[in-house]
Write a protein that binds this ligand. Structure first.
Ligand code: ATP
Ligand code: MG
Length: 644
């Protein structure tokens, strides 16, 4: 394809143009928030089409939302006829490589991805088989395993350390069940590339250009994986901002840019200093805050942005959480009434739990919203149950799914029977499915119990024949109807006034949409859909208010930003104060503030109810740290109005 080079470069400044067109094989773009790093990557991808095919370009970012935006932006530049199969998150790309090379990666072809909830279930299962480790919490084991994998380590076979033993058992169980956790996606990938030169060579040839966004937050195993893909023949461009490194608690190495420069000493560094996102007032607030950090590669950010009029930063001191939310709702209504779409606004918070109260009121007030991040549509119980059927139908050895639904809807299969299945599976080192078959064959349980298990296995087998030729949304529908789940949830909805059936319908929609947009080899359709449900974020409404943690907001921008819960012990979090991780917490505040294009609100509640107890809160130190005399800050103190 011939890209019109002049047009492509038109919207970029001199330094951005240099970055987009550079011939150097290793480039680091080190620049502050809103300086166009992501824009450069998008234009670079388009520029490269003059010489390479979309298939040659690997572009990696951090969240699903960011990856979708990258794809859309590249397609806006070059046209939608181009499909970029290798733009995605670390996890989704790693998944894809394992999918293609599952055999060489020693995985069954129907391997499935598990999230941290599923991981915890497996760990609990292991704990119950191991009497000696009863005093270790599942979460401690989970963290140990995830951390080890993040560092690229397998359990030490020689060690008799209990954690190593548990890791070993956990991995054996995953392997037996064909299950892959998020960190395993990368570790397995790295090992695959490390051990199989043929595959490594294939990808070296294929990925002539590797582009990485948000590089400051890559973990060690992600870094190793990337390094494996770099050769002296391909080009690598990484972009990042050390002031936005906010994932060290999850394994990101905050000094990875220095490590990169050390490992690739010929790297050319480009700095971008002009900010195009925010008004000057917002930028000064962010600058004055981040200056309180000692460890940083000091960058200067400035703007001549005159797209929006300079607005004061509003700090609202609320009486309590209810008053805080009332204030936000009032502001949101004002914004809406001025004709601005709600999807240009975001409410950001430090912790996921902070969204609940806000959600309740948004529902009451009929204000549509989307939640991004951990609280996931696909994580709802009713959705997970249907998907567990789908998983089990195609992979009988998926123990997590088996246990999840063996008695949903109620089939009178009790704890005793389930324990028997687990016990047998554990001693014989077989899956629950095979253990169940053995129980039936050898009449291990009384006939009544044998029959109920047998009926369950027959249901799953029958479902396979019913659905295997259907499109996915019909498969899901058949499962909901034939298993009795739909009836069960309709009854529940009537009694408890829930809307689970609506969610189930939304799942059918999601599947339908997924199939429509699926452009790859149809053989992978089902597995890809299951992966999507595990890796994907929320359903998307275009005109909704955005709700997310500050962590999830990285790389995004909104005209209006509300950062709520600006209280000591909440933001900065108590843990960060206790373990002296304030600098990372401040970078998080910096990320939050720099999401703002035009107007920033920060709210603080002087009292809160926690577990039914009223507590008094101090305003966050970050409020004072941005309190700079050159800034335009307007403080509003609560007025206790009952109206929204
Ligand atoms: P972050 O650090 O938050 O990820 P970033 O450095 O990736 O930010 P972008 O998201 O690429 O920044 O750009 C921020 C905003 O500035 C976007 O709206 C982008 O379109 C705009 N922008 C970037 N460069 C220019 C330019 N040269 N002219 C006009 N607008 C620009
Ligand atoms: Mg960016």
């Amino acid at each position: 394809m011939v890209i019109n080079k002049i047009n492509l470069l038109k919207s970029l400044n001199y330094y951005q143009q240099q970055a987009v067109t550079i011939k150097h094989s290793s480039v680091l773009i080190l620049a502050g928030a809103g300086s166009g790093k992501t824009k450069v990557l998008v234009h670079r991808a388009a520029w490269l089409l003059n010489k390479y095919k979309p298939n040659n370009i690997m572009m990696v970012t951090f969240t699903n939302k960011a990856a979708t935006e990258l794809k859309n932006k590249v397609n806006q530049l070059v046209g939608t006829q181009y499909h970029f199969p290798w733009i995605g998150t670390f996890h989704s790309l790693a998944y894809k490589i394992l999918r293609i090379n599952y055999n060489e990666a020693r995985l069954p072809n129907n391997f499935q991805i598990i999230d941290s909830n599923d991981q915890t279930k497996l760990i609990k299962q292991i704990i119950s088989n191991n009497n000696k480790c009863l005093n270790i919490l599942p979460n401690q084991i989970l963290q140990f395993i995830n951390k080890k994998k993040d560092c690229g380590s397998r359990p030490n076979i020689l060690s008799d350390n209990i954690m190593d033993c548990l890791y070993k058992q956990y991995q054996q169980l995953c392997d037996r069940n064909g299950l892959v956790d998020f960190n395993e996606l990368l570790l397995r990938n790295y090992e695959l590339l490390n051990s199989n030169h043929e595959i490594l060579n294939k990808y070296h040839k294929q990925f002539t250009n590797i582009l990485i966004d948000e590089f400051q937050d890559t973990s060690y195993i992600q870094y190793l994986w990337i390094c494996k893909l770099i050769t002296n023949k391909n080009n690598i461009m990484v972009v990042g901002d050390d002031d936005q490194s906010i994932y060290s608690w999850r394994g990101a190495q905050s000094n990875n840019m220095q490590i990169f420069l050390h490992d690739y000493p010929n790297t050319h560094i480009i700095k971008l200093e002009e900010n195009y996102r925010s008004t000057n007032n917002i930028l000064q607030a962010a600058n004055s805050l981040i200056q309180h950090n000692n460890i940083r590669l000091k960058k200067i950010l400035w703007t001549k942005n005159k797209n929006y009029k300079e607005e004061p930063i509003i700090i609202y001191y609320a009486l309590d959480q209810f008053d805080e939310i009332k204030f936000i709702i009032r502001q949101i209504k004002l914004i809406e009434n001025s004709g601005i779409s709600l999807n240009k606004c975001a409410v950001l918070y430090r912790n996921n739990t902070q969204s609940r109260l806000l959600e309740d009121i948004l529902v009451q007030q009929n204000i549509p919203y989307n939640i991004y991040g951990n609280v996931n549509f696909f994580n709802r119980q009713e959705i997970k149950n249907v998907l567990a059927y789908l998983r089990l139908i195609y992979n009988h050895n998926d123990d997590i799914s088996y246990i999840r639904i063996i008695n949903i809807p109620n089939r009178r299969i009790g704890k005793m029977t389930i324990n028997k299945i687990k016990e047998l599976a554990n001693t014989k080192k077989i899956s629950f499915w095979h253990a169940s078959k053995l129980i039936i064959k050898n009449n291990i349980l009384p006939r009544r119990y044998n029959n109920t298990i047998n009926n369950f296995l027959s249901l799953i087998r029958r479902l396979y024949f019913d659905i295997c030729k259907q499109p996915i949304h019909s498969q899901l529908n058949t499962i909901m109807v034939n298993t009795g789940l739909l009836n069960m949830y309709s009854d529940k909805d009537k009694i408890k006034h829930l809307n689970t059936v609506d969610n189930l319908k939304e799942l059918l929609n999601a599947a339908y949409q997924f199939e429509l947009n699926f452009t790859e080899n149809k053989l992978f359709l089902l597995q890809s859909f299951l992966t999507y449900t595990n890796l994907s974020i929320n359903k998307n409404h275009n005109e909704s208010l955005n709700l997310m943690t500050i962590h999830a907001s990285k790389g995004l921008e909104f005209l209006y930003v509300f950062i709520i819960g600006m209280e000591e012990d909440n933001f900065p979090s108590k843990l960060s104060i206790d373990i002296n991780r304030l600098e990372e917490e401040r970078r998080l505040a910096y990320v939050g503030i720099t999401r703002t294009v035009s107007k920033l609100f920060m709210t603080y509640a002087s009292t809160k109810f926690i577990y039914g107890k009223k507590i008094y809160c101090q305003p966050s130190r970050f409020i004072y740290e941005i309190n700079n005399s050159i800034l335009n800050v307007k403080r509003i103190y609560y007025y206790n109005s009952n109206n929204y």
